[in-house]
Design a protein around this ligand. Structure first.
Ligand SMILES: Nc1nc2c(c(=O)[nH]1)N[C@H]1C(S)=C(S)[C@@H](COP(=O)(O)OP(=O)(O)OC[C@H]3O[C@@H](n4cnc5c(=O)[nH]c(N)nc54)[C@H](O)[C@@H]3O)O[C@H]1N2
Ligand SMILES: Nc1nc2c(c(=O)[nH]1)N[C@H]1C(S)=C(S)[C@@H](COP(=O)(O)OP(=O)(O)OC[C@H]3O[C@@H](n4cnc5c(=O)[nH]c(N)nc54)[C@H](O)[C@@H]3O)O[C@H]1N2
Ligand code: SF4
Ligand SMILES: [Mo]
Length: 730
């Protein structure tokens, strides 16, 4: 059933030949999270149906409810199916033809650029976009608009782990090993990941770990569904993971568990890192984190006794204004104990969005060029400019990070093209961000649905999604995968690549923006060649091979150079499932310790705001909810916002389960029902961030940024919780 890779010129016809009109399932991948579960799509009696694809290794056929119900969002009942343009007369969004809409956008950007300069044009992308789209968007910003002002929602996601990984190992790839290795190590410390709800099929690797005799330690201020599986659950106060990791390292040294030979052979910077950690005495760490010293000792014992061990982090420790240092401290722990760059051991970050990994490699990041190259590196600029056929000096420099870009809207940045994000719901200090978005001269949103942000746009462009288009994504393991077009999009909808082509044509660069994904990928291969994330040896032909299990980057082109056209240059490199086994990706091949010290959160609790708010996810909603809030089954399971409150705090507030409270921070106030649960610390409350309106968690969050990664502090701010009168009940 695989389409054979057509050598030579790629046409729109071959690109859509994946489209299977028969009863044979088209193999593809879920539109949502970074696990990128394999699935098959068939046309059944009730429309498009998901079927299992057991041969795909990562999820082995298993899917969560979001993946299973994803076809509901293909239905034109919940879709945008025609462009919308804000009427100059009525002020309302009204249906328009594609030419009118694209003309309006091109004119809008040309006007802003003419009046205020190229940097007044902003672009905001998303980690859910395919590699091809992310690549084309970055190129569009730099070549067509000539602006430095591009960033994306991945900044809110894995940027701290990315920065720490690059700093320590010289390279950032979520997991440096296949996920299946997790089941075969001896001990896993899972820091701030609730993967039982955020990547349910991955839970099997943790249960297999335990069946194989390994130990699972979970660190989370809440006893989550994931923590239920742990042999040991530590419940620190939010924002204190840095102290915790340093306290563990202190104990590793104090108890003589350091791997001196490994440190000598494979690392640099130990003395400074050791000295910094030694200042974090266990009793001090207990006071800061709330984790008792005996538990700290227990972690050290289990972690060091195991023959192999891993530390995996997710958003809990990363979405803090010290996220980069925090991840650095966890990496230090791995390095001091000889747990990185060895089989079945190491540090990994569980990336988030569908293409969270690939989305950060190909140039939609403010400081980046394709292949994970630096925009400030003259050689990188020359290489990429060569592929793009432009003068290297014409490429702008690095721009603002995501929150800083949103904060500059209406001030320095007058117009914005938004593709693949819904910041009105998902950005920190969202009321302020919403106000900034409203103050723009000109907002263009390309989306599949009319999101809360799209509602504010001057032009809304309806685009194809996932099952309706071909493209590649890179999952949390660095595995590059092919998503195939399985169904026709609704009439009137165009792909993001067609949108960018249409705009580039109107602004004089149409020939540089192909609309066929495979052609874009061929160019991406060349642009990435020789970079950190080298995709040059990967082709659509290779990705279709076997069970479509994909190719791990780096996968350089070997043998003769890549052909200018087509996919003749298949190459022989088989990809890199496991990184760092011989050397790290730094210049000297050694991993770098970082000397870090604990510090307070941007906003600590006080008499006025005595409770810590942390935020995150629930099983049945995805992100800003733009897609999943349109699926009946998911809404039934998770109908609206709430706040988790410990029984002691509930008693003090005199509120019962289900009653409404106001949660108030220095940024704003929300009203939500209470869920009383003993699964959370008594000094902490938790809200999921999936809903807009009066339950919007981000009305409350603090926009303090990590100095290195520019990650906002989504996981910690100070709030007050108040009973509300009956009238206000939700
Ligand atoms: N159902 C569902 N699945 C998803 C998504 C979704 O929206 N919904 N989104 C996807 C994306 S983009 C991402 S990034 C991933 C995120 O996946 P996760 O990181 O697993 O998700 P979160 O719920 O944000 O945070 C994980 C845990 O961190 C804990 N936590 C809060 N504060 C702290 C802290 O200070 N320290 C520690 N150690 N832990 C803390 C929370 O209690 C929570 O249980 O999920 C992906 N999968
Ligand atoms: N308080 C709090 N806030 C958070 C977080 C948290 O833990 N707590 N987590 C942060 C994290 S990790 C993330 S990743 C962000 C995510 O938050 P957002 O960036 O808002 O992500 P989504 O809700 O996935 O938005 C994606 C939008 O793009 C649309 N879309 C989907 N596919 C395509 C496509 O192919 N093309 C186009 N043009 N559009 C498409 C969807 O319909 C949707 O409107 O939220 C962040 N915000
Ligand atoms: S775990 Fe993630 S990729 Fe898998 S089905 Fe669920 S949302 Fe989709
Ligand atoms: Mo994310």
């Amino acid at each position: 059933m695989h389409t054979t890779a057509a050598a030579g010129r790629i046409s729109a016809a071959t690109a859509s030949s994946d489209h299977v009109a028969t009863g044979v399932p088209t193999p593809t991948h879920c539109p949502y999270c970074a696990l990128q579960c394999g699935m098959g799509l068939v046309r059944g009696a009730g429309g498009v149906e998901v079927v299992e694809r057991p041969a795909f290794p990562v999820n082995g056929g298993a899917l969560c409810g979001k993946g299973r119900t994803a076809p509901a969002v293909l239905s034109s009942r919940v879709r945008l199916t025609e462009p919308l343009v804000r009427s100059r007369v009525s002020g309302e969004l009204e249906p328009a033809g594609w030419d009118e809409a694209l003309d309006r956008v091109a004119e809008g950007f040309a006007r802003v650029r003419g009046e205020h300069g190229a940097d007044a044009c902003g672009v905001f992308g998303g980690g859910g976009l395919t590699n091809e789209k992310a690549y084309a968007l970055g190129k569009f910003a730099r070549v067509v608009l000539g602006t430095s002002q591009i960033d994306y929602n991945g900044r809110f996601c894995m940027s701290s782990a990315a920065a720490a990984g690059t700093r320590a190992f010289g390279l950032d790839r979520g997991l440096p090993f296949p996920l299946a290795d997790v089941a075969r190590t001896g001990c896993v410390i899972l820091v701030g990941s609730n993967l039982a709800e955020t990547m349910p099929p991955a839970l099997r690797y943790l249960t297999e770990l335990k069946e194989n005799g390994g130990t699972l330690i979970v660190i989370d201020p809440r006893r989550t569904r994931t923590a239920e599986h742990a042999d040991l659950h530590l419940s620190p106060r939010p924002g204190t993971d840095l102290a915790l990791a340093l306290g563990l390292l202190h104990l590793v040294v104090a108890e003589g568990r350091v791997d001196e030979a490994y440190i000598r052979e494979r690392t640099t910077g130990w003395e400074e890192a050791r000295a910094a950690a030694m200042a974090h005495w266990p009793e001090y760490v207990e006071r800061v984190t709330g984790v008792p010293v005996p538990q700290l000792r227990e972690v050290v014992r289990i972690f060091c006794d195991a023959e192999n061990a891993m530390v995996l982090t997710a958003r809990g420790p990363e979405q803090q204004a010290k996220g980069t240092d925090t991840v650095g401290a966890w990496i230090n722990l791995c390095l001091a104990t000889g747990r990185a760059g060895r089989p079945l051991s190491g540090y990994g970050c569980l990336t988030g969005q569908g293409n969270g990994q690939g989305g950060r490699e190909h140039g939609q990041k403010a400081d980046q060029l394709p292949g994970y190259r630096k925009l400030t590196d003259p050689a990188a600029r020359a290489h990429v400019a060569g592929v793009w056929g432009v003068d290297p000096d014409s490429l702008p420099g690095p721009g603002r990070s995501a929150y800083e870009l949103l904060d500059a809207l209406g001030r320095d940045v007058k117009s914005l093209l938004l593709m693949g994000s819904n910041p009105v719901v998902s950005a920190p200090r969202a009321a302020h961000v919403e106000e900034r978005i409203r103050s723009l001269d000109f907002l263009v949103v390309a989306d599949v649905v009319l999101s809360e942000t799209a509602r504010l746009a001057d032009v809304v462009l309806p685009v194809t999604q996932w099952a309706e288009e071909t493209g590649t994504v890179t999952n949390l393991e660095g595995r590059v995968l092919l998503r195939r077009r399985a169904v026709d999009p609704p009439h009137g909808v165009r792909s993001d690549l067609e949108v960018l082509h249409g705009l580039a044509s109107r602004l004089g660069h149409g020939e540089k923006f192909p609309v066929v994904a495979e052609e874009v990928f061929e160019e991406l291969r060349r642009a990435s060649a020789g970079g950190v994330a080298d995709y040059s040896g990967i082709s659509y032909g290779r990705l279709r091979e076997g069970d479509g299990e994909g190719v791990f980057w780096p996968c350089p082109q070997e043998g003769e150079g890549i052909q200018e056209e087509g996919i003749q240059g298949e190459g022989t490199h088989r990809g890199t499932p496991r990184l760092f086994l011989e050397r790290f990706a730094t210049e000297d091949g050694r991993a770098r310790f970082v000397a870090v010290a604990h510090r307070d959160s941007a906003e600590e609790t006080d008499a006025e705001y005595p409770v810590v708010l942390t935020t995150g996810r629930v099983l049945s909603q995805y992100q800003s909810g733009a897609q999943t809030r349109r699926v009946e089954e998911l809404n039934a399971a998770a109908p609206g916002a709430f706040v988790e409150v410990h029984p002691r705090l509930a008693a003090r507030l005199r509120v019962a389960d289900g009653e409404a409270v106001a949660v108030v921070s220095r940024r704003g106030r929300v009203v939500v029902p209470v869920r009383v649960t003993s699964r959370i610390r008594a000094d902490t409350v938790f809200m999921p961030f999936h809903w807009p309106g009066e339950g919007r968690a981000n009305t409350l969050t603090h926009p303090a940024l990590d100095p290195v990664s520019r990650m906002p502090e989504f996981k910690v701010c100070a709030v007050r919780v108040e009973r509300v009168e009956r009238v206000e009940r939700v």
